[in-house]
Design a protein around this ligand. Structure first.
Ligand SMILES: *[C@@H]1O[C@H](CO)[C@@H](O)[C@H](O)[C@H]1NC(C)=O
Ligand SMILES: *[C@@H]1O[C@H](CO)[C@@H](O)[C@H](O)[C@H]1NC(C)=O
Length: 367
């Protein structure tokens, strides 16, 4: 696949999938559909009927108990993408929950952005790979898996002189990291040598790993105190993953500082900016190949809806401010009435009495 074909690929995929059913890029991200499938649907359909690559299907069949974690990982990633980008021009919108079986051809939850090779593509792949690590590791710690559990290497250790010891359940992310690699990257590295990989595939592999590294990087230690009346004479400590939102914020920052790399020198991972060429690209960095569209105006071919009609804040100086979000086009103001319970008083005994209040707020939407 020539790198230049990247833009037309999603649609090309749909066309070709039926004929070839072999284009590796087409099936790479289809598993993400599990994140918008309605609850219980993937289990009902079974591994064979899910939009997975051949290798993913094989993994799913071999470890059916993992299906719930894969689904949860996809859900986490999608939800966090929407959360981190809710105020941006590109707001990571995805289709509503799907209660029907996925289409037989390519499934693209994030549309154009899933494979466009832009910074947004980088974030999507990183956050989805991280979601998978997080949910599988949670499942290990919960004792739901036979292959993994809490981190046993930390038991019985600690520092008696400093008054703490390891205890409880430390999250062991090694299994989750390995599973995320096998499930997401395995398909590609096994079937293709570096020479055959196109630029976006190489980019996705790097960003998958950057997402997993973010989980490892943000591991922390939690402790609980013991001893007479909270004296904290002895502490029990364990290693724990952060809430997934922390990982999302970390990756959002990586997105904002993501590195534009050259497509030609992709295997060297060289920076595009000439004056920065000497600075190596770190494995925690997000990388991208193509500049993003501006997301201001509708671009039906790319599935970009534009920001017309989006709600904005008149007072915010951030990305949700009307000036930035509406790209200087200005905004409309509507008056919206709300009826709420208010001036609630507790009446002895025992109920709460409220009044009905009407309030009026201005809602601003982009022109
Ligand atoms: C563990 O399994 C139980 C029962 O199947 C399930 O309800 C729970 O959500 C699982 N927990 C995790 C973290 O996977
Ligand atoms: C995201 O953008 C789309 C398209 O402009 C809009 O329909 C949707 O309401 C937005 N979602 C949020 C949460 O703002």
């Amino acid at each position: 696949m020539e790198p230049g074909a990247a833009l037309g690929l999603p649609r090309l995929c749909v066309l070709l999938a039926a004929l070839l059913a072999l284009l590796p890029r087409c099936s790479q991200g289809s598993w993400m559909w599990l994140g918008i499938a309605s609850f219980g649907l993937p289990e009902k359909l079974g591994c064979a009927n899910l939009p997975l690559s051949a290798r993913q299907r094989e993994l799913c069949k071999r470890k059916p108990q993992l299906l719930a974690s894969i689904r949860e990982g996809a859900r986490l990633g999608i939800q966090e993408c929407k959360n981190q980008f809710r105020h941006e021009r590109w707001n990571c919108s995805v289709p509503a929950a799907s209660s029907a079986a996925p289409p037989a051809s390519e499934v693209s939850v994030f549309g154009y952005e899933q494979s466009s090779g832009t910074k947004e593509t980088a974030f999507i792949h990183a956050v989805m790979a991280a979601g998978l690590v997080h949910s599988v590791t949670r499942s290990c710690s919960a004792g739901n898996m036979t292959e993994c559990s809490c981190d046993a290497s930390l038991q019985n250790g600690g520092s008696a002189s400093e008054g703490w010891h390891w205890g409880g359940c430390s999250d062991d992310i090694q299994y989750g990291m390995g599973f995320s690699r096998r499930f997401l990257d395995g398909t590609i590295s096994r079937n293709m040598t570096g020479k055959d990989r196109d630029g976006v595939t190489t980019m996705n592999l790097h960003n998958n790993e950057a997402g997993r590294q973010a989980v490892a990087r943000l591991m922390s230690v939690d402790c609980r105190c013991h001893g007479v009346s909270g004296s904290c004479a002895v502490k029990t400590c364990w290693r724990t993953m952060p809430a997934f939102e922390k990982i999302g914020s970390f990756l959002k920052e990586k997105y904002e500082n993501s590195v534009h790399v050259l497509e030609r020198a992709k295997r060297k991972g060289r920076r595009k900016e000439r004056y920065q060429r000497k600075i190596p690209v770190h494995k925690e960095d997000l990388i991208y190949l193509h500049r993003s569209p501006n997301y201001c105006v509708q671009a039906p071919k790319l599935g970009v809806p534009g920001t017309q009609g989006r709600e904005c804040s008149r007072t915010s100086g951030g990305p949700d401010g009307c000036n930035l979000l509406c790209c200087g086009r200005g905004y409309n103001t509507h008056v919206v009435r709300h009826v709420q319970r208010c001036e609630c008083k507790f009446v002895w005994c025992c109920y709460v009495r409220c009044r009905r209040c009407e309030s009026v707020t201005d809602v601003h939407t982009c022109k």
